[in-house]
Structures are given as structure tokens and as C-alpha cells.
Design a protein. Structure first.
Length: 174
């Protein structure tokens, strides 16, 4: 299990930032450049989500979320939209650095995605910037489905920190 969180003290902070940098570089290096077309489209969905969130475009973000969205916390699409609206409205400047660590294709129209995200109030243009930026770290387990030819988010679970040993819990329990 890999767990990276902020630590107190200057030494701990430098060590933590270095560890974050190493992990992100490793995940970036492990990304499969020869991904399938479906996987490439799913990765593009995540990239698009990042871009729209940074621009604060909640309506466009909503288009990337399925009408069937449901998660283990009881959120539906409308409540997720409110959460996004609140977060984006509360933060004047949102800058994200995302790394899609894993895309598990479940069948021809469903996949589970593990995404690591660093969120900050200042630009994060590369993994090298993480050492100088106070970023909040999250990991997201995202369930996606292809609907009418477009991939959309149908469920998600997120937690603070970068814990790579996380069970698949994006879909709500029935």
C-alpha cells in the first residue's frame, strides 16, 4: 500500500514532496502509450474533465456525467453538480495535475479508472512543480460507461491522499 500525505516540519515536508514527485514520475512512466482506442477515449474524458474544472465550466462538466450517475455516498448527478458548483464557486483559482494510473476495461461499454489528482490555487504545469506548490492530493476511483457513443462518468469515489491500494468502490452497492 502506498500512502502519501503531508507531514509537519520542513524536513518531513521536503521528503513528502520528493516522494510525491517520484510516485508521479513513476505513474507517468508506467502509462501505456499503446493503449486501445477505447482506453485512449477514456483518458481523453479524464483530461477533458481536468480542463473544464480548471476553467470553472460546471455546465460543460455536467455533460460528462451520466444521467444514471450514482455513488456509494448517495450522490446522484444533481447532487454532484451542486458539489462541483460549490467547490468551483468557492475557489477563485483551481489548478489541477492529474495522472490516470490505471484503466480497467470491464466490458465493451464499462471501465474503472484510477486517477491521482493534485489540486492547488497556483498553476501546476508539471510533476516538477509539486515540490514548490502546496497541493491537496486525492485519488479517485471512477466508473465510466459509454452512452450513445460518448464516455461518461457513472460513479466515483474519492479520498484525500494518494493511496494506490484502493478497492474498486466507485459503483454504489446495490
Amino acid at each position: 500500500m502506498l500512502r502519501l500525505t503531508r507531514t509537519s516540519g520542513e524536513t518531513g515536508s521536503r521528503i513528502g514532496r520528493l516522494a510525491i514527485l517520484i510516485v508521479v514520475v513513476l505513474f507517468a512512466a508506467c502509462a501505456d502509450e499503446s493503449s486501445t482506442p477505447r482506453e485512449a477515449r477514456i483518458r481523453a474524458l479524464i483530461d477533458n474533465f481536468e480542463d473544464l474544472a480548471e476553467k470553472g465550466e460546471v455546465r460543460a462538466l455536467s455533460d460528462l456525467i451520466s444521467e444514471e450517475y450514482a455513488d456509494a455516498r448517495g450522490n446522484k448527478k444533481a447532487s454532484l453538480q451542486l458539489l462541483l458548483t460549490h467547490y468551483i464557486g468557492r475557489h477563485r483559482s483551481i489548478h489541477l495535475l492529474t495522472r490516470t494510473a490505471r484503466v480497467d476495461l470491464q466490458d465493451s461499454t464499462h471501465a474503472d479508472v484510477l486517477v491521482f489528482v493534485a489540486m492547488a490555487g497556483r498553476p501546476i504545469s508539471s510533476v516538477r512543480d509539486l515540490g514548490a506548490v502546496r497541493a491537496d492530493l486525492y485519488h479517485f476511483n471512477v466508473a465510466v460507461a459509454e452512452e450513445d457513443g460518448e464516455w461518461r462518468v457513472v460513479g466515483a469515489r474519492w479520498e484525500r491522499g494518494w493511496d494506490a491500494d484502493v478497492p474498486d468502490v466507485a459503483r454504489p452497492t446495490q
